[in-house]
Design a protein around this ligand. Structure first.
Ligand code: M6R
Length: 591
């Protein structure tokens, strides 16, 4: 989603901001812009399209202060006029914003009747409100007053032409981090944007207002009381956001999965024992139901977590889709425990649910790849999935890392001993074998790229992999794909099968092998072009992809690599923007 960056200090601020925007490109955007200080004036440059297009209009300009933005359109189409930065009517205040002002029509009506607007965005009214209040209040008071009126979410950087040696910031619900380096202060929507310019960083809390000069950061709450700065050492390496020799981040991240499993073993095992806070384990053991909350791939990962916890720990579990849960009131058990899965830790739907759960004082664990995230700060407990930065919009290694982390946690909560550590090592080797055979996946990808529709089928845990497989193919190859439990085909979806409709079956479980194959045969009799991905011990010579055997409950960690590769190559064959698919954003920070 939208990304904001800013810099004030001794380096060329425009260079720092452009580099920061490039690092945030992976979040998804459709226009970009910057505002910068030039001889005591503030200049704006914005473009529909890529950051690289923007770079051309500011080449060779030096500046000590700049703010920048990549916009993922919500209010108003993606064009130059709606791109950020936006100015107040007289041009005094210039602003970049990530979030949504839900009551912007009401605020316009109440305060800005005499104002004219130059964009269709909700953001512009923030600049106008600050200007409106600055007729009677100080800049600081005007910004805080504006904060108090906004319903929705915002992370904003603001420049006041009358005080061009400061950047002001305000934050509620949308993420904003401040970085501090030897030569200046920087801002970013996530930690990647701070690399190169910050040695320390600090995620801002909700309802924080800040005044920043080249030396320091002065934070206040909504009534102007000071907030203490809590900088932490930067915990990300530049190599993590480098494609190295891979054509795309997605392929690099697919290839990182075997190593990631070994890293997770290293982080969570001491000998054969799992190293997780005894307090957390005890808390989960006391609960009478675990509620998993997530979206997208992370939600599909939590189906496996439910399976592991029910099988190993005998605790009933339920998976909730966050965007549904936030507008419903399910029956909650007497001693519930909530586990949120989120790669980014910033997903707005999840944060909205988390705040409700927190209000009800239920215990919360966040399982995430982003320990500096808002969700971690709101939770009672958190577990790192140690996947390393995931740049491609389509999640791969974070999904598998969630599966592994949840099986390790379930093993720690259960009192039964399993050979999990060795089984995971075997998974890592099996993944490497799948990667060696990537040409088979490439072949399947080539054969499906001209299809309008495709179906993945499976039963039980293979069905959940089918859901993830289908999401991957939709996201990056833009092929309409559905996942069905193979048993459900006859109850309706089989009507969709026509000549050569591809149907891909995932078979890794002995108990459902025979029945899934017969369901697949039923689609074949109706003209489908069928493919089988099967574990070696269940395979037949005519199967298309044979994956090594691993412990049956871990086999989805191996089969999912096959479907990730199929989606990847299909997107490459179609010449799609693999890492930044159209209309999608990496971090979904609006509901
Ligand atoms: O950051 P999160 O894990 O909370 O994100 C949830 C979904 O937006 C995410 O998994 C999305 O479905 C991915 N693009 C899937 O590849």
């Amino acid at each position: 989603m939208c990304g904001i960056v800013g810099y004030i200090g001794k380096f060329n601020a425009l260079e720092a901001v452009i580099e920061g925007l490039k690092k945030l490109e992976y979040r998804g955007y459709d226009s970009a812009g910057v505002a910068y200080k030039k001889e005591n004036d503030i200049k704006i440059c914005k473009e529909k399209g890529r950051v690289i297009d923007l770079e051309k209009c500011i080449m060779d300009i030096d500046s000590s202060l700049a703010i920048g933005h990549t916009r993922w359109a919500t209010h108003g189409e993606p064009n130059q006029r709606n791109a950020h930065p936006h100015s107040s009517m007289t041009g005094r205040f210039v602003i970049v914003h990530n979030g949504i002002v839900e009551n912007y029509q009401k605020l316009k009506f109440e305060y800005l009747n005499d104002y004219s607007f130059s964009s269709e965005t909700d953001t512009e009214i923030i600049a106008d409100l600050i200007e409106y209040f600055s007729n009677t209040l100080s800049v600081e008071e005007s910004i805080r007053k504006t904060m108090s009126l906004i319903e929705g979410s915002y992370a904003c950087l603001i420049i006041d032409k009358k005080h061009p040696n400061h950047i002001y910031c305000m934050k509620d619900k949308s993420p904003l981090l401040v970085g501090k380096g030897k030569d200046g202060i920087s801002f970013s929507s996530d930690i990647t944007g701070l690399i190169d310019y910050a040695e320390e960083y600090m995620p801002l809390e909700d309802k924080t207002f800040g005044i920043i000069d080249a030396e320091d950061v002065y934070l206040q709450d909504m009534i102007g009381l000071p907030i203490e700065n809590r900088f932490q050492k930067m915990a990300i390496q530049k190599e993590e956001i480098d494609k190295q020799t891979f054509d795309h981040f997605m392929l690099k991240e697919i290839y990182e999965q075997p190593m990631m499993i070994r890293n997770l073993i290293h982080h969570y095992f001491s000998g054969e024992e799992v190293r997780i806070s005894p307090k957390l384990i005890h808390h989960i053991r006391q609960s009478d139901k675990i509620n998993f909350v997530a979206c997208g791939s992370s939600m599909y990962a939590s189906y496996f977590a439910k399976y592991y916890f029910e099988k190993l720990c005998g605790i009933p579990c339920e998976v909730f889709c966050a965007s549904e849960l936030v507008y419903s009131t399910p029956l909650i058990s007497k001693r519930p425990f909530f586990i949120f899965f989120s790669q980014s830790g910033e997903t707005a739907d999840l944060l909205a649910v988390m705040k409700k759960v927190k209000k009800q004082k239920h215990p919360i664990l966040t399982i995430t790849n982003t320990i500096e995230s808002s969700m971690v700060r709101l939770s009672d407990y958190h577990l790192n999935i140690y996947a390393g930065k995931e740049i491609a919009v389509a999640s791969t290694k974070a999904y598998t890392a969630m599966l592994v982390t949840s099986t390790i946690l379930a093993r720690a909560v259960s009192k039964t001993k399993t050979n999990l550590k060795n089984n995971l090592k075997a998974v890592s080797l099996a993944m490497e074998k799948v990667l060696e055979n990537k040409e088979v996946c490439r072949g399947i990808a080539q054969s499906i790229i001209n299809q309008e529709d495709l179906f993945y089928i499976g039963r039980g845990i293979d069905y959940w992999t089918a859901l993830e497989a289908s999401l991957k193919l939709k996201e990056i190859a833009y092929i309409h794909t559905e996942a069905f439990s193979s048993g459900e085909l006859k109850h309706g979806p089989i009507a969709l099968i026509t000549k050569n409709t591809p149907v891909i079956a995932i078979i890794t479980q002995e108990g459902t092998n025979r029945i899934t194959r017969s369901n697949l045969a039923e689609t074949e009799s109706r003209g489908a072009k069928t493919y089988v991905i099967a574990s070696k011990s269940l395979s037949t010579p005519s199967d298309d992809v044979i994956i090594p055997n691993v412990a049956h409950y871990l086999s989805p960690l191996v089969s999912v690599l096959v479907v990730q590769l199929i989606a990847y190559y299909a997107a490459v064959f179609k010449q799609n923007d693999v890492d930044k698919p159209k209309n999608l954003a990496k971090s979904v920070t609006v509901e």
